[in-house]
Design a protein around this ligand. Structure first.
Ligand SMILES: [Mg+2]
Length: 229
């Protein structure tokens, strides 16, 4: 019997893909308005390359972007990009419409709820607080700094331990076969792939990434959990 439900955060509980693409587009628009001599597409491509090479937690995306585009260093342009990026991100940091109702209903039905997410501890907590989700979970595990990141089973096992549940009493819900599903399997937990966000087209690359169940939206979870009871 499933008693604990462990959710991924990005692209599972809110639309990270949309949020980031709008933020990048607005950042380059603001940089161009502040004096960057480039088209939006050129600037966005340069920014995208820097982010994919340096990672999303790198501190100097915009300076690096300008230098790669052969532009003169310009703190005003960099600042315009930073401001537009963060304003847009903040504005679009809202849960999917089905997130809150589903979480509340699962809680009301007695399930223990957790978030297991990879990232920087304070950054991921900041997201949860801004999303208004920080007090809805019985347990939050942020992996990547003190705990091995997904697909390590470690963060999933940590959540089960904090629930006081065995792994077979937990189910993992996430958008990424290579992280969420693979990690759940290694932890000995059932898994549900939620098909949305930029990883939606992604197919499992092998047996270890194949989910037990597939859903297209969170409300489908309720019926699913009943059916495996
Ligand atoms: Mg995700």
């Amino acid at each position: 019997v499933i008693k604990g439900v462990i959710f991924d955060l990005d692209d599972t509980l809110y639309d990270t893909t949309l949020q980031v693409s709008l933020a990048r587009r607005n950042a380059v628009k603001a940089m161009i308005a502040a004096g960057l001599d480039a088209t939006e597409d050129e600037a966005e491509e340069a920014l995208g390359k820097v982010v994919s090479e340096k990672g999303s937690n790198y501190q100097c995306h915009y300076d690096e972007m300008l230098s790669r585009m052969g532009a003169v260093p310009n703190p005003k342009v960099v600042a315009a990009g930073i401001v537009a990026y963060h304003e847009t991100k903040r504005m679009h940091l809202t849960p999917y419409p089905d997130t809150m109702p589903t979480l509340l209903s699962l809680r009301d039905n007695g399930y223990r709820l957790a978030v297991v997410t990879d990232g920087l501890n304070v950054k991921q907590w900041e997201k949860l607080i801004r999303l208004g989700l920080s007090d809805l979970f019985h347990t939050v595990v942020i992996a990547g700094q003190d705990i091995q990141p997904k697909p390590s089973p470690q963060p999933f096992i940590a959540a089960a331990n904090q629930f006081n549940l065995r792994p077979e009493e937990c189910i993992v819900v996430g958008d990424r076969p290579d992280k969420d599903i693979a990690g759940a399997k290694r932890a000995g937990m059932a898994s549900v792939q939620l098909v949305r966000g930029e990883h939606a087209p992604r197919k499992p690359s092998g047996k270890d990434e194949e989910p037990d169940y597939i859903i297209g939206s969170l409300p489908e979870l309720k019926a699913l959990l009943k059916s495996i009871r």
